[in-house]
Design a protein around this ligand. Structure first.
Ligand code: F6R
Length: 599
């Protein structure tokens, strides 16, 4: 949620293009508003910002033409203050001498704003990013103009988790602070920069410095200096060289990143399986999962990642005969936070590796002395740094806000681990990439037709039985997320216990049915069709099931365990086509952000 980027050069130049490109690479973090500020060599601040997405606002306000020796970009996901010009970031201080922007949540924002207003500062909006700027301004004015001291004092005033970047027009440096939200610095020839995330830094430099909580960063053209916010002491940390790939956020001929990422699923699944065969961390994972004795391990995540945990629990039970407990991250704290201990293992699953709810749960697990394992896509993320051992999802960057390929690989990873625990031959899984490719080719056309039909409805249901229940939940989440229709995912046998009353003429219900469950599912299908509902099956070919439904998306034949992963693809395609059919951009659904670093 929210992205910040800042850069300091050794001489004034046109900074607009680098600010726009960095912003574009952070757009997945928020797209309610966007702004850029530059400071010229003579100290003049040029601030341009507006509501909307970077592609549009940057053109309307001609960001590319902005010149300066220092610059800041901010992408906003609204928390405090509705999306508006006043709440768009960056923000100026009262007299326009400072400009800054933040990411995160200042939870005492309202109280701080009231204080500023009482003290006579010029408060223009209700956003907590503005609060960060005034918090620094206030101490700066009192202490005779020492930025570092002012930021340290502001830190003591600001409650919550955040990161911000700020500069004074008369100072050649840019300052940043990290408290809970991601921050990484870069060093190049005659420049330094800072960002919420690596993708916006890598096109500029591969020399990076990772910032930790409680650190202030002072950026000048040739140096990145770190200071401890508590006592002001200097921290020495050598720069690292990052040699990973620079992911280019290009659509590669697809109309949307989401469709491109769905089409990457066969490839990334194959790459993950290959990587798992040789990863030294797999043994540590398996050891930690079995070291709990009779106590089950926990699989912890949020949203789509949680749905993968749900499927993981079926895999561990049905393939490896081991119980694991899938649990939402905040629920883990409330339900198990007082009972876990050193003998317990929890696997924290997060695409971004930055989800605050997940990091909160890790804190509890650490405090209780338990083992922390991570499953993540973003290397270098907080989750990776805080795990005793981690496994990467190896998907490359997922740009589109709805998680697609990372969900598939989370499920593949759990299935692989379950096979290993069961001592089952993992070669069986090698068929998966080919089956995924076939599934995409076979179901895209039918998914379009189903999307045409369900697109006329504002409410619908997805039902799954047992091992396909997590897929029904995930399919419903994806559909809600990018079509704005209401869609509920349920265990199919539960439907008759109340929700069946939603069914009337033509009401769409999609049944995700695994091999061996067809005859059971026919009962649930008929409860819908006899009441005039339209039953749509996602299943491998099964004549009896076919004769009971109105539409059938045929998934290639496979074993029972591969099926849920394959069935995910038509569900993602239905959501995608329905979203596009409704004129929505599935990559940037309203109100959402790819990385949720707030409570
Ligand atoms: C939905 C989606 C979200 C995320 C959730 C957790 O498509 O992407 O539900 O799954 O916000 O994010 P991570 O996996 O980054 O912790």
């Amino acid at each position: 949620m929210c992205g910040i980027f800042g850069i300091v050069m050794d001489r004034e130049q046109v900074l607009g293009p680098v600010l726009v490109e960095s912003g574009r690479r952070l757009a997945y973090r928020g797209y309610d508003s966007v702004g850029c500020a530059t400071v010229a060599a003579d100290g003049t601040i040029d601030l341009r910002k507006g509501v909307g997405r970077i592609e549009d606002v940057s053109v309307q306000l001609d960001f590319s033409a902005m010149r300066g020796i220092r610059g800041i970009t901010q992408l906003r996901w609204a928390t405090f203050g509705a999306p508006s010009y006043a709440n768009a970031q960056p923000h100026l201080d009262s007299d326009g001498d400072m400009v800054g922007a933040h990411n995160g949540n200042v939870v005492n924002n309202v109280q701080m704003r009231e204080l500023f207003i009482r003290e006579g500062l010029t408060v223009r909006g209700s956003n907590d990013g503005e609060t960060c700027v005034h918090a620094v301004e206030r101490h700066f004015d009192r202490n005779g103009g020492d930025m570092l001291a002012a930021i340290r004092a502001a830190y003591a005033d600001l409650e919550g988790d955040y990161a911000f970047v700020i500069t004074h027009h008369g100072d050649q440096r840019l300052y940043a602070i990290k408290k809970g939200s991601g921050l990484v610095a870069g060093l190049g020839d005659g420049l330094s920069c800072i960002s919420s995330d690596l993708p916006s830094i890598l096109p500029i430099t591969r020399r990076i410095v990772r910032i930790r909580d409680g650190e202030i960063v002072v950026l000048s053209p040739n140096a990145v200096e770190l200071y401890n916010v508590q006592d002001g002491s200097r921290i020495q940390r050598p720069e690292e060289r990052y040699d990973g790939p620079i992911e280019v956020a290009e659509k590669g001929g697809y109309p949307h990143f989401m469709l491109k990422e769905i089409h990457e699923e066969p490839t990334v699944a194959g790459e993950l399986l290959h990587l798992l065969q040789s990863s030294p961390h797999v043994e540590r994972f398996l050891g930690a999962l079995t070291a709990t004795g009779d106590r089950p391990a926990y699989l912890v995540g949020c949203g789509t990642s949680y749905h993968a945990c749900l499927l993981g629990a079926y895999y561990f039970n049905q393939v490896a005969h081991r119980a694991v407990v899938p649990v939402l991250a905040p629920q883990f704290i409330e339900q198990y936070g007082e009972s876990v201990g050193p003998e317990d293992t929890a696997v924290f699953v997060s695409q971004s590796g930055e989800t605050k709810d997940v990091l909160n749960a890790i804190k509890v697990m650490r405090k209780r002395g338990g083992r922390v394992l991570g499953v993540l896509n973003v290397l270098g993320s907080s989750l990776m740094q805080q795990s005793d051992a981690y496994l990467p999802l190896a998907c490359g960057y997922e740009i589109s806000v709805p998680a697609t390929k990372t969900f598939v690989n989370q499920c593949v990873l759990f299935l692989y681990l379950a096979y290993r625990l069961a001592g089952r031959n993992t070669d069986e899984l090698q068929a998966l990439p080919g089956l995924l490719a076939q599934c995409l080719a076979d179901t895209d056309g039918p998914a379009r037709e189903v999307a045409n039909y369900v697109g006329k409805w504002s409410a619908l249901h997805y039902l799954g039985y047992g091992i396909t229940h997590p897929i029904a939940l995930e399919a419903a989440l994806k559909l809600k997320e990018i079509t704005y229709a209401h869609c509920e995912g349920m265990f199919s046998s539960e439907f008759k216990h109340g929700p069946l009353s939603a069914v009337h003429d033509g009401y769409p219900v999609l049944f995700v049915t695994a091999p061996q469950d067809e005859m059971m599912m026919i009962n649930h299908v008929n409860e819908v069709t006899t009441r005039g509902g339209r039953s749509i099956a996602i299943a491998a070919e099964h004549p009896a099931l076919r004769s009971n439904v109105q539409d059938y998306l045929v998934v290639p034949p496979s074993n029972r365990f591969l099926f849920p992963i394959l069935a995910t693809l038509p569900a993602q395609l239905i959501a995608y086509h329905m979203s596009v059919g409704r004129g929505i951009d599935p990559d940037f659904p309203r109100n959402l952000s790819k990385t949720l670093t707030v409570d």
